[in-house]
Write a protein of this length. Structure first.
Length: 292
């Protein structure tokens, strides 16, 4: 059974004339008759009664003719949905955001505009640690990630858009002896305990340890599972930690953030896989570029 067969049947049902239906559908009358006969054979019931003078619908034909307009609308609706999905106008977008990172204005504007412009795309943002974001992007659980650019060059088929350059601060307990300083160098904290979140081999941890090595010292390190625990340990006086200045930890009332003059800035980026099969990714990245 094909859509064309059903269209031929509806033409006959409307006019109750093979001649008029054939003219309407731009098909020869014998070909129209064969199509209707094939449809009846497939359904296993007669749809029309024919004689030399008239054509009439059987009860089965009457039922089919009454239901087909709704079926046609449903097919058109499904066709539209399929095309919207193919073009990224409908679907699902999983977006990872770096844990603790404040949403900058560009990201806020992008998310709001995208939701308003493409209401049929369900956007699901989630906060995760840096390593989780990279793994999620690599393994396809996340379509896009907002993160720092550490480690992205080690992933295959990844493209990213730079959103901002972000300096680093050392976050210390309020009673730290350098808490009142307007700025400091990394070496000023060589005797402190540094707290890192994630694994010892995470991209950001390697970046920060490399910075310490350039200052000719190896810090005493402690590792915790996540950024929130790291902030808790700082507030509890168990150590200090480096954060980019847009992280919420730098704005905590229970700690002090001291700008570092000798740690290079890092880039906050939006990253995605170049071989993604999700067409909504292209639309989101385009809108983000327009909002910058």
């Amino acid at each position: 059974m094909t859509i064309k067969q059903l269209e031929y049947f509806m033409a006959v049902a409307r006019s109750l004339s093979f001649t008029e239906a054939a003219a309407e559908m731009f098909i020869s009358q014998p070909a129209l008759s064969r199509s209707i006969a094939s449809l009846e054979t497939e359904l296993g019931v007669p749809l029309l009664t024919r004689n030399h003078h008239s054509v009439a619908l059987t009860p089965a034909g009457t039922l089919l003719a009454s239901e087909l307009p709704d079926l046609r609308k449903e097919l058109e609706r499904i066709t539209l949905l399929v095309r919207q999905t193919e073009n990224g106008l409908m679907g699902h977008l999983n977006i990872g955001v770096l844990e603790g990172q404040q949403l900058d204005e560009a990201l806020q504007v992008t998310l709001k505009y995208f939701a308003q412009s493409l209401p049929l795309v369900e956007v699901a943002p989630v906060r995760q640690e840096e390593e989780e974001l990279l793994q999620g992007l690599e393994q396809g659980r996340l379509d896009l990630i907002f993160t720092m650019d550490h480690g992205l060059d080690n992933l295959k088929n990844v493209q990213y858009l730079k959103l901002d350059s972000v300096p680093y601060c050392m976050v210390v307990p309020p009673d730290h002896h350098l808490a009142a300083r307007p700025a400091a160098t990394l070496a000023d904290f060589r005797r402190d305990t540094f707290i890192f979140s994630g694994s010892k081999g995470s991209p950001e941890t390697r970046f920060l340890l490399d910075c310490c090595q350039k200052e000719d010292f190896q810090p005493n390190c402690k590792y915790v599972s996540d950024v929130r625990t790291k902030s808790l340990w700082i507030e509890s006086g168990f150590g200090i930690a480096l954060f980019n200045s847009e992280n919420r930890a730098c704005h905590s009332a229970n700690a002090r953030a001291i700008p570092l003059t000798d740690v290079p800035e890092s880039n906050l980026v939006l990253a995605w896989k170049t071989n993604t099969t999700n067409p909504s990714v292209r639309l989101f990245t385009h809108i983000t570029e327009c909002c910058l």
